[in-house]
Design a protein around this ligand. Structure first.
Ligand SMILES: Cc1ncc(COP(=O)(O)O)c(C=O)c1O
Length: 366
């Protein structure tokens, strides 16, 4: 048997989420954010399913991810690199793979021109996140026009959209509208991520850029969008052992049995993406009996973790879920003092991604 750590990717749930977000976006075009290997879900699984469901615009982080996505999706897809252009090689990849980079600096225009890039670019302005963004969108736009580049639109990114009442939301929206209106020509606008779509759909403008919501995590729990979890992270019990009261388990002997117990050793550890912070505090569920939680006992190891199965009818070979339909990723993340984004993108390369749900049609490579 090969290593049984599996991330099941539910394509029916993915399509459901895409439809829910498209309805929420109303007339705005949806750009699916599939950076970082589709938030750890597997770019080669997620992107073709979205494309087949009607999505045409995709956002990755850089030209390298964009070139990989181009090989998967072919020439019909509109692929945007959110981090822009790092260097001359990046600019060349943008030209060759027809990636639309997001620019913040005029030096990037120079690099693109030198690479023979003749396509479109997004412009990015800062409106309060104070991360990437041009201080002068009009000057950047002029530099692009002089270099013969097309303008796909102007975007900005919200810092606090998951807190609906945060004053930055309104001030960023106003600043963004002011920047759009100050441009010498009308260009499409894009401000909203997943949480923005949940909290301020009236600001959808021309293009929205949801990421985490596509994967089924409600971006704002008090404004649910009816999303379904896409990833189910599972592995199998390798061995069930009895330990006596007073005996300890795993590295550091941080857990000592207060009674005689049954302990299951499961093939999933921190190298697979199970946070070590779940040591002695997280839980899993056995798929055969998902209503009862099996606490993680002792330290999570690189390749294994240990579950208390004293009260469960568990045996070697049983499949257990660490997050998914039975254990919401957001609550697991909260227990591990992180966010679902980090859980998903931390799923290790050795965890097999398996597509489930209605199959895709055969599609030709470019
Ligand atoms: C510029 C930009 N737009 C959109 C997104 C998608 O955000 P979310 O996953 O919160 O919807 C991200 C993600 O980090 C981003 O950096």
């Amino acid at each position: 048997m090969s290593r049984p750590a599996i991330a099941r990717i539910n394509l029916d749930a993915l399509r459901h989420n895409l439809r829910a977000l498209a309805r929420r976006a109303d007339r705005a075009r949806l750009m699916a954010v599939v950076k970082a290997n589709a938030y750890g879900h597997g770019l080669d699984i997620v992107a073709p399913a979205l494309m087949e469901a009607g999505c045409r615009a995709f956002a990755v982080t850089d030209a390298a991810e964009g070139a990989a996505l181009r090989r998967i999706l072919g020439w019909e897809a509109d692929i945007v690199a959110l981090s822009g252009v790092f260097d001359a090689e990046d600019a060349r990849w943008c030209a060759e793979a027809r990636i639309t980079p997001t620019l913040t600096e005029t030096c990037q225009v120079t690099m693109l021109s030198a690479a023979g890039f003749r396509g479109n670019v997004w412009l990015k302005v800062d409106t309060g996140m104070r991360r990437l963004g041009s201080p002068d969108a009009a000057a950047l736009l002029n530099a692009c026009r002089q270099a013969g580049l097309g303008i796909a639109g102007l975007m900005s990114h919200l810092a606090c959209a998951d807190a609906p009442d945060h004053p930055l939301n309104q001030s960023q929206l106003e600043a963004f509208r002011a920047q759009l209106n100050a441009l010498p020509e009308r260009v499409p606008g894009s401000l909203l991520n997943s949480a923005g779509l949940a909290t301020m759909p009236e600001a959808a403008m021309d293009v929205v850029r949801p990421g985490i919501a596509l994967y089924g995590v409600e971006p704002v729990s008090e404004r649910p969008l009816g999303l379904q979890p896409v990833m189910q992270l599972t592995s199998r019990i390798m061995q069930v052992r009895r330990i006596q009261r007073g005996e300890s388990v795993s590295y550091g002997a941080t857990f000592t049995a207060r009674r005689n117990m049954r302990i299951a050793v499961v093939a999933l550890g921190y190298a697979d993406g199970l946070p070590r912070l779940l040591s002695n505090r997280g839980a899993a569920v056995r798929l055969a009996a998902p209503e009862s939680r099996l606490p993680i006992v002792g330290r999570v190891c690189m390749d294994y973790c240990l579950l208390d199965v004293t009260e469960a009818d568990a045996s070697a070979g049983d499949e257990v879920e660490f997050w998914g339909p039975n254990l919401p990723a957001a609550s697991v993340a909260a227990q591990a003092r992180t966010i679902a984004y980090e859980l998903f993108t931390g799923v290790g390369a050795r965890v097999k991604r398996e597509a489930h749900g209605a199959p895709l049609r055969e599609r030709g490579a470019p």
